[in-house]
Design a protein around this ligand. Sequence first.
Ligand SMILES: Cc1cc2nc3c(=O)[nH]c(=O)nc-3n(C[C@H](O)[C@H](O)[C@H](O)COP(=O)(O)OP(=O)(O)OC[C@H]3O[C@@H](n4cnc5c(N)ncnc54)[C@H](O)[C@@H]3O)c2cc1C
Ligand code: SF4
Ligand code: SF4
Length: 495
Amino acid sequence: MGGEGLSSPNEETHVSYFYPERALKERKFENFARLQNHVILSGVCTECTACVASCPENALEMVDGRPTLKGKCTACGVCYNVCPRTRTHVNDLIGDFISAYKAKCKIDAVHGQDGGVVTGLLLYALREGLIDGAVVTHKSKEEPWKPVAVVATTEEEILEGAGSVYSHSYTVKALIDAIKKGLTSLAFVGTPCNISAVKKMQGFPAGMLHLLMRANILKIGLFCMDSFSYDGLRTFFEEEEKIPLASISKMSISAGKFSVYYDGDKVASYPLSRLDKYRASSCYFCSDLTSEDADISVGSVGSPEGYSTVLVRSPIALELLYNAADNGYLEVEPLDRQGLTSVLNLARVKKVQLYTVKRRRTYVVRVPGVPLAELELKAGPIPLEKEAVEGIKLTGKSPVKVVEYTLTNNGQELLLILQNTSGQILYDVNVRISHVDELFETNAWATDIEMWHPLEELEFKYPRALNDREYLVRVATKHGPILMKRITIAELKKE
Ligand SMILES: Cc1cc2nc3c(=O)[nH]c(=O)nc-3n(C[C@H](O)[C@H](O)[C@H](O)COP(=O)(O)OP(=O)(O)OC[C@H]3O[C@@H](n4cnc5c(N)ncnc54)[C@H](O)[C@@H]3O)c2cc1C
Ligand code: SF4
Ligand code: SF4
């Protein structure tokens, strides 16, 4: 359909009835286990006792400063919903919006990432003289898939910008350059972090304000779960997977998979976890999926293939969408409940990651060549494993988990990732890695971690010893050892 059937800004919104129904349907997932994972184990519980006080089964008690399940959880969802740390309302998850749609572009020349809605809107706005230009992102001609932010003032330049580039693009600089050149009506396309930057600059009573006051800027925000370092993507595809970036025609992320279309008709898909190490560090601390500060937000989640999900947030954006649909640029339909639920679920994952510090990783590296000095002298017979077992027994289950151990840097270093699974901050932790030769520790390297957050991962790199056989990892607090792990070279080589 075209514009008919769309709501005008004054009509009741299409989505207002969705949330109560969803809340009832999904309630069973909002149980105590979810509260524990999102809030209690991640260390952000404020001990307000709201969950304990409101559990209709009286199943919760405060034990050692933590809400603890003592009875049966019926998954009524009350504890999760009353907690001040959880995000449970639509607007908390995706910001304020007027209405939600699934849409696609009807112009043949537009080859968008999903429904081509962003490019369709820009094309319509440019042809109608509503904008002088638009900040879009092209792919570098010299370095394939490197983002280049440009101010598109022609149809060709707008069409060239269609599609997603999964690395940070320097969009705000391009916007300011355009305003300095005298363009006053601009569309700005960006990820949520780009959009928030522009919103903040517009409201900041100093610096760029005089420039931004001169321009009308329509902020078109993309949904964004994460972005990757350009060098990281190049290493992954060109060096690890032997797929030259120049041969890739499209990249896409969907349902936990990163897919590339290359050499004409070939497709390769990888679990996102394989690219985790190349994820931009900023994105671990980002909680905005849907560009909450935009006039209109567009993403793929929530709509079928070939369509985009659209959240309209300002009256002017609604009018633009409405007119683009009426003039045959876009096909637009209200987003159904299932679509909105998918957006909300993904948005919740992103909100929660901000305070679930398990994604935070601290790097501790022993630099090869730097003498071990005193530490080495202290190395001696290996400590009895019994000692560690006793220590761990005292704390119940192991408070530290070995997430990964492997050889890295062409086999020259031992890479070890440990996670604090104790559910609380561990203070003054001593981590000691050593090489075991017969019954003696050599090359012992100890490092003190002042504060280790719940679920935080520590990544250690330890240069390999000559003729190595086995390594010993010992983690201790001032109360004694909490982890003891022997790693043989044979195990490492199997990785
Ligand atoms: C880094 C990144 C991560 C994303 N993650 C998700 C996600 O997790 N879930 C989801 O639903 N959607 C995500 N998207 C949005 C999705 O990929 C599409 O951009 C969106 O659905 C719009 O599709 P379209 O076909 O309507 O847009 P198109 O018509 O293809 O237009 C896309 C517009 O985005 C601009 N653009 C491309 N790359 C960048 C960039 N790096 N920075 C700024 N602008 C850019 C282009 O210049 C173009 O104007 C992401 C996009 C990006 C850039
Ligand atoms: S309601 Fe939330 S913050 Fe308050 S005690 Fe329970 S888990 Fe902690
Ligand atoms: S995840 Fe956040 S910080 Fe990362 S690119 Fe997307 S909006 Fe920006």
